[in-house]
Design a protein around this ligand. Structure first.
Ligand code: PMP
Length: 388
């Protein structure tokens, strides 16, 4: 027999394990660690949402739903997207309920990428984009944003990496890991590039509910962009439902139906009870979402100000729940900083280099932690910086 490893596909062998994992494993083996590492809400899903799932089980809704998801839920998503984000999608043909935004990204890329096609990934970026592009058989072409632009991509920077092979741009605003949010004018700049070069845009709008200063603008709302956009969203962040694994994707019919083919063969449908929960979240969850947003905003204001007071230069993130301060003044690499901080002060953060080249010199701290934990984190950082 050949070696077991030799059976693995080349694509999978070439995938690097996520750089975040190593720190989680190390942190999990230690006591008294405060973790600002994980990218998820610290709220438990609203009780009425949990209750709706329980009720669906009591009533015996335990079988598959339609491949695209419960029609009622798609209708609710359609009106939610219309009401909240001014975009219009048909529940019958243009919306698919997925297993988290993660699966939406996967089927979106698999539906559009041919071997050799290039997809632009704007870094620092969510760690999954490049691997998913590669798994879809495409080539991820990265472009770096700059700290001096608060990590917002400029149209000219984007244009520099476009080639004849470019098919799509992955866009994420508000951004993981930088929290950067693009306003209408900035998005229009990107739209003009998409138009000029005839590209699709995969707009990951999973943090759309978590914006703190400016009006949120969906990329699909912009003039001429609906036909070019695959809009990815979900319930994990805004509705505090990470463990339910429920997301959705909205796209023009031909793209949606192509994605649905992949979805029906590989997933059948998203979990039924989670779909009932999401239905309740959209119908009656507004107040809770608003409260959570207010709470994140308070914590952002405290945490980002405190980082700057410590001399860790940090731009004001417009959305999501991440602060992405510079640690350059310490002279340490982001990996060294994160490792030393964990070992010396038992504070877990994510080194910026795992999010791409321009993430080096930074760390990602999730402020979706209690105020007490954030205060204690600032104390630990202060102590660490005094001795570094
Ligand atoms: N996109 C971004 C930018 C994210 O940060 C995350 C979660 N960390 C996801 C997608 C995946 O979300 P889900 O839980 O819905 O799969």
């Amino acid at each position: 027999m050949k070696t077991t490893k030799s059976y693995l596909s080349k694509t999978v062998e070439d995938l690097k394990p996520s750089g975040i994992r190593r720190f989680f494993d190390l942190a999990a083996s230690m006591e008294g660690v405060i973790s600002l590492g994980v990218g998820e809400p610290d709220f438990v899903t609203s009780w009425s949402v949990r209750e709706a799932a329980i009720l669906s089980l009591e009533e015996g809704y335990t079988s598959y739903t339609a491949n695209a998801g419960l029609l009622e839920l798609r209708q609710e998503i359609s009106s939610y997207m219309n009401r909240s984000f001014n975009v219009s999608y048909s529940p019958n043909t243009e919306i698919i309920v997925t297993v988290g935004a993660s699966q939406a990204i996967d089927i979106a890329l698999r539906a559009i990428v041919n071997p050799g096609d290039e997809v632009i990934v704007i870094e620092p970026s969510f760690v999954s984009y490049v691997p998913i592009v590669n798994l879809a058989g495409g080539t991820a072409v990265t472009v770096q944003t700059k700290k001096e632009n608060d990590f917002k991509i400029l149209p000219s920077e984007l244009e520099q990496v476009i080639t004849k092979k470019t098919k799509a741009i992955m866009l994420c605003s508000p951004n993981n890991p930088t929290g950067a949010m693009l306003n209408r004018e900035e998005l229009i700049g990107i739209a003009s590039i998409a138009e000029k070069h005839d590209l699709l845009v995969l707009s990951d709008e999973i943090y759309a509910e978590l914006v703190y200063d400016e009006e949120y603008v969906s990329f699909a709302e912009l003039k001429g962009m609906r036909e070019r956009t695959i809009l990815i969203s979900g319930f994990s962040k805004g509705f505090a439902m990470t463990g339910w694994r429920l997301g959705f994707v909205c796209a023009p019919e031909e793209i949606s139906q192509a994605m649905l083919k992949i979805h029906q063969y590989t997933m059948m449908c998203a979990p039924t009870m989670a779909q009932f929960a999401a239905l309740e979240a959209l119908r009656n969850g507004r107040e809770d979402v608003n409260e959570m947003r207010k709470s994140y905003r308070r914590r952002r204001n405290y945490f980002v100000q405190s980082l700057n007071d410590l001399g860790l230069d940090c731009h004001q993130p417009g959305g999501a729940f991440y602060a992405f301060p510079s640690i350059r003044r310490t002279g340490l690499s982001s990996e060294q900083f994160a490792e030393k901080l964990l070992l010396k002060e038992r504070l877990a953060v994510v080194p910026g280099n795992v999010f791409g080249e321009s993430g080096e010199g930074h760390i990602r701290c999730s402020y979706a932690s209690s105020m007490e934990q954030l205060q204690e984190s600032i104390n630990r950082l202060k102590k660490f910086l005094e001795n570094v």
